[in-house]
Design a protein around this ligand. Structure first.
Ligand code: NAP
Length: 250
């Protein structure tokens, strides 16, 4: 099946590396103009340059998504140039793992502001033009940790469970305006975020013991699901959470 994207523009956060980069490249290859956002200008700029060099259309903008004011300013500037940002992928995320008694208030705040509050701010600024256009797609990249919980990740799983709750509420708010809101919950995907586990033989054997498909996921596994949820073809799907985890959370 060929996915349909009619002159669409997408904003992807955390597009500088890993899953976000794969999402940006997959959407761009399908003809979508992609705004690549990440913390460092070098990281998102490199991805936008690579997309433009391979015949796609991309722009980069460095935004610290843990800062709501930066998101407000960036949204204002971007909406001037791109009045129709049709697709928003909230993918930027960090971990600051630790058992509760060792987790500092900063570890809690940093993870909540980067992973969860960022979604609130981007949705607040970018969903309005989508509702006016009567078409839009919001995809929030959550995690199986937000569904199953994970020892040592109270901050991260709270943020990801929060994204799932927000996804369902916004799906109900925007349904009548043609804007769908869904979440993707990845399992263990090979990126910088998980390299510590993936590259440790003992830990990776332990993790793969819980994964029926017996392998780590690739960023493209998440990008393919996100591309489908961004396309015209997913127009009867909203408020859902799609786990892409090799069967771990079934
Ligand atoms: P990653 O390789 O560590 O990349 C994270 C991306 O997020 C980078 O581009 C980084 O920007 C950006 N970012 C981090 N903090 C930011 C901030 N304050 N402002 C703007 N951008 C920021 O992570 P990943 O593995 O691709 O993960 C992507 C998403 O999937 C995250 O939300 C993560 O929680 C989720 N997820 C991942 C896994 C997994 O197994 N990998 C599993 C479940 C869920 P820079 O490039 O500029 O540093």
């Amino acid at each position: 099946m060929k996915l349909t994207f009619e002159n669409r523009t997408a904003l992807v956060t955390g597009a500088g590396r890993g899953i976000g980069r794969a999402i940006a490249e997959t959407l761009a290859a399908a003809g979508v103009t992609v705004i690549c956002v990440s913390k460092s200008a070098e990281s998102c700029g490199g991805v936008a340059d690579a997309i433009n060099a391979s015949g796609g259309k991309a722009k980069a903008m460095a935004v610290d998504v843990s800062n709501g004011e930066e998101i407000a300013k960036a949204s204002e500037v971007l909406l001037e140039e791109f009045p129709n940002i049709d697709i928003l992928v909230n993918n930027a995320g960090i971990t600051r793992d630790g058992l509760l008694f060792r987790m500092s208030p900063d570890d809690w705040e940093d993870v909540i502001s980067t992973n969860l509050s960022s979604c609130f701010h981007w949705c607040k600024y970018l969903a309005r033009p989508m509702t006016r256009a009567r078409w839009g797609r919001i995809i929030n990249i959550a995690s199986v940790s937000g569904i199953m919980g994970n020892a040592g990740q109270a901050n991260y799983s709270a943020a990801k469970a929060g994204m799932i709750g927000m996804t369902k509420s916004l799906a109900r708010e925007f349904a009548a305006r043609g804007v769908t809101v869904n979440a993707v919950a990845p399992g263990f995907i090979k990126t910088d975020m998980t390299s510590e586990f993936v590259n440790n033989e003992e830990v990776s054997a332990q993790i793969l013991g819980q994964v029926p498909l017996k392998r780590f996921g690739e960023s493209s596994d998440i990008a393919n699901m996100t591309a489908y949820l961004s396309s015209q073809e997913s127009n009867y799907i909203t408020g859902q959470v799609f786990t892409v985890d090799g069967g771990m959370a079934m």
